[in-house]
Design a protein around this ligand. Structure first.
Ligand SMILES: [Zn+2]
Length: 160
């Protein structure tokens, strides 16, 4: 698969040819890398009254705020107790956690946020990398065109 530059991704979106959900190979220069974060694909809550475990799934990009259930749901076999901060427990030991670095690629006009997950050393600032992901646009609040994109991958290669 040929790889695209950040500008080419934007060109495709401008021409309405871009099909969201396609696997795309992208190359670009690393502008910044975050420290290692721990992110969750899902979080488990246990009810302190009856012990029922409720699992909440998170969606990409995984690092945003998620909704805590309001009560221990009877329809899922729970006791119906309303939950406030003191009567349920977040079960990190049962939650689907993974390592995450957010790698920002940048060229003259466009930015791309790569959510790099798993046990992998991130690239360094200034390195050129190539990776595959399903990119999605992030609308810039002040510009109607897409100027920023994001996508997730568990691998990348350094270009030499
Ligand atoms: Zn309960």
């Amino acid at each position: 698969m040929d790889s695209m530059s950040l500008s080419q991704i934007n060109f495709l979106s401008d021409r309405r040819k871009f099909n969201l959900g396609n696997l795309v190979r992208i190359h670009g220069e690393v502008h910044s890398v975050t420290d290692r974060k721990v992110a969750a694909r899902s979080t488990n809550f246990s009810c302190d009254t009856c012990g029922l475990i409720t699992e909440i799934q998170h969606s990409f990009p995984y690092d945003e705020e998620y909704v805590i259930p309001r009560s221990c749901l009877k329809r899922k076999g729970g006791c119906g107790t309303s939950w406030n901060s003191s009567n349920y427990t977040v079960r990190d030991d049962m939650s689907a956690l993974f390592d995450l670095h957010i790698v920002t690629l940048k060229d003259d006009k466009f930015r791309f946020r790569l959510y790099l997950h798993g046990q992998i050393e991130p690239p360094l600032k200034g390195e050129a990398i190539v990776f595959e992901c399903h990119p999605e646009p992030i609308k810039h609040p002040k510009i109607s065109e897409f100027s920023e994109w994001r996508g997730a991958s568990d691998n990348y290669e350094i270009l030499v």
